[in-house]
Design a protein around this ligand. Structure first.
Ligand code: NAD
Ligand code: GLY
Length: 367
């Protein structure tokens, strides 16, 4: 069975298809129409597991299937990987009817998407997310980017995919740590938009982690519906869309502060949500019981809930310094996504002294 979630945008609307063993149920060729080349961008880990299936499904379409295999890891979400894609596209004389397929997690999706956004000022691309995180979040909504050493996703563009295909079967090979990281992005949708989804997750978190197909299908579908609803109202993040970054301001500081790839993105978001909930509580927006409820769910998702020390001399100061580079900052002022009552999120500034207190309360004690 295939579930379909529409992403309704002013111009480039598209569908998210969700199901197990999905390629045996759809005709990619008829979904894509006429193309000149198919180029699959993936990484070495995913290529060994899932490339043949997609390559076989695309065989004979356009002038053939070409493959770009990047090294695996967040630290390769950089200019070097991007240039490898441009070099290949140019050497193969790819044109504006070339379709790029991003086969992988959020890292491959973000880099391939940015290459598609910029090559010849924009070519079509299809997201085929293979991690839980990518299926519930990064493949949807058209944010594409690479990292700068001083800030996550600082160089990027909005470029919507033509289609998103979430094949739940690809998650069979995903390691438990990556399942947990993906769950962080599932968990965020409850506090920001839908407390009944949070309640469902409280009853189902172990089933999702255990890859129960029914639970996974619902988690992916409901996450995509919520994200599509937000993106449909604010495609380019002029306001509302920022709520999807709940936990990310603190989380991005952890990722950059420790060095990309030391903590997974979802792990940073896990602790980041605890910090953002703590800040919301100290701003008087939610009760302490809400912080405890969310922390308990994050713990059950096997995610860290205590922040790392990223600077032995001035830990909170380093967090603040890194958070000022966040894309939501305005005139050097950090704007945090806070919970303004369960199921509602908003952007707020906060005094540095209060943010320091939150970081001190949520990080490992210093030895
Ligand atoms: P990832 O892409 O690094 O994938 C995690 C690991 O799992 C990698 O080692 C990968 O090779 C491996 N993998 C992928 N699919 C697999 C499979 N089916 N079986 C076995 N191994 C598999 O990480 P991620 O968590 O998917 O994505 C994180 C990235 O997404 C970050 O760079 C983050 O900034 C970005 N992101 C972007 C958005 C957006 O809206 N564009 C949203 C959230 C996160
Ligand atoms: N992951 C946040 C967004 O897409 O806006």
């Amino acid at each position: 069975m295939i579930e379909r979630v529409p992403v309704l945008l002013e111009k480039s609307g598209y569908e998210i298809l969700i199901g197990a063993d999905i390629f045996s149920q759809i005709s990619l060729k008829s979904l894509l129409g006429s193309v000149s080349d198919c180029v699959i961008v993936t990484n070495e880990t995913i290529a060994a597991l899932h490339l043949d299936n997609l390559r076989n499904r695309l065989a004979g379409h356009g002038s053939g299937v070409k493959i770009i295999i990047l090294p695996d890891g967040e630290s390769y979400k950089n200019t070097e990987s991007l240039w490898r894609i441009y070099d290949s596209l140019i050497s193969w004389a790819c044109d504006r009817k070339t379709v790029l397929f991003a086969l992988g997690g959020g890292v491959v999706g973000d880099i391939a998407g940015f290459a598609a956004a910029t090559y010849m000022r924009g070519i079509p691309f299809v997201q085929i997310p293979t991690t839980l995180l990518a299926q519930v979040d990064s493949s949807v909504g058209g944010k594409t980017a690479i990292n700068h050493p001083q800030g996550k996703n600082m160089i990027g563009a909005f470029h919507q995919p033509k289609l998103v295909i979430c094949d739940l079967s690809t998650l069979d090979t995903l390691p438990p740590r990556e399942m947990s990281a993906g769950l962080a992005e599932v968990i965020k949708y409850g506090p920001i938009a839908d407390m009944s989804f949070m309640k469902w997750l409280e009853n189902s978190v172990e089933a999702v982690l255990g890859k129960d197909r029914k639970a996974l299908a619902y988690a992916v579908r409901r996450s995509c519906e919520i994200k599509a609803g937000v993106v449909g109202q604010d495609e380019k993040e002029s306001g509302l869309r920022a709520i999807l970054n709940f936990g990310h301001t603190f989380g991005h500081a952890i990722e950059a502060g420790l060095g990309y790839g030391v903590w997974l993105h979802g792990e940073g978001v896990g602790v980041g949500m605890v910090m953002a909930a703590e800040l919301s509580c100290r701003l008087g927006l939610v009760d302490r019981s809400f912080v405890e409820r969310l922390t308990s769910l994050i713990t059950r998702a096997m995610l860290p809930t205590i922040g790392p020390i990223i600077d032995a001399n001035d830990n909170a100061g380093r967090y603040l310094e890194l958070m000022r580079v966040d894309k939501k900052s305005e005139a050097g002022e950090i704007r945090f996504v806070v919970i303004d009552g369960p199921g509602n999120a908003t952007l707020r500034t906060a005094p540095d002294a209060l943010v320091r207190e939150v970081i001190d309360a949520c990080c490992e004690p210093r030895s």
